[in-house]
Design a protein around this ligand. Sequence first.
Ligand SMILES: NC(=O)c1ccc[n+]([C@@H]2O[C@H](COP(=O)([O-])OP(=O)(O)OC[C@H]3O[C@@H](n4cnc5c(N)ncnc54)[C@H](OP(=O)(O)O)[C@@H]3O)[C@@H](O)[C@H]2O)c1
Length: 243
Amino acid sequence: MNEAKIALVTGANKGIGYEIAAGLGALGWTVGVGARDEQRRETAVAKLRAAGVDAFGVPLDVTDDASVTAAATLVSERAGRLDALVNNAGVTGGMPQQPTTVDLAAVRTAVETNVIGVLRVTNAMLPLLRRSASPRIVNMSSGVGSLTRQAGSLDERDTGPLSAAYSPSKTMLNAVTVQYAKELRDTGILINLACPGFVATDLNKFRGTRTPEQGAAIAVRLATLPDGGPTGGYFEDAGEIPW
Ligand SMILES: NC(=O)c1ccc[n+]([C@@H]2O[C@H](COP(=O)([O-])OP(=O)(O)OC[C@H]3O[C@@H](n4cnc5c(N)ncnc54)[C@H](OP(=O)(O)O)[C@@H]3O)[C@@H](O)[C@H]2O)c1
């Protein structure tokens, strides 16, 4: 069995996910680069390897049962276990977006990717995480999933643009993560939510004000928590986010 720590990052071909893979790789971790498109995946793996990271490609569409099952088999054969799973893959389903006129297909896509995809990948990877001495799960949420912030402000700097699909999908992801933390509380598996801040990526047509590397830092921190660290928490760089 590999002595290095092993991580799987979903949606790691670009944006924040790529930088999470790079950040864990820089710490000496072996990193599975989960990505659905072969060319984008192999380009990212090659770039990470050129930077000295022990990276391997993991074909992975989080919305597809067969793809996720095959990914778990590949990681098992390649690494034998998982020390950290970072559920980073996400889509917006369109923003800004008014609930009164929203295309319901956009809501379904956001929930299928951002919530059900996380359940699907997490449950498939749990047997591998249970083989780790210090398993960690990081779910990439967003501050826009905070109902306290959404209900307490009309300022887009607090809430993001109006959204019927994306922000509610992150609120549901938060709720699901709390349920996992409760079920897994006696297992040693720490599961937390990360908000990267407003990061310049494809997701927001590069309007974000932070770099992907800055956005990745909170996820890297939560993926490398020491034993006894928090679980069921919702964090950004500045600390805990109100629910
Ligand atoms: N950017 C921000 O300001 C911000 C703020 C808060 C939270 N976040 C969260 O951070 C995470 C990363 O976002 P980002 O800003 O880095 O966006 P991004 O550059 O658009 O990257 C999204 C990643 O998710 C992948 N993905 C989407 N659907 C997938 C699927 N069905 N299966 C597998 N991979 C899939 C994409 O792959 P393809 O290349 O194949 O599309 C891509 O690798 C998301 O969960 C997002 O909600 C971002």
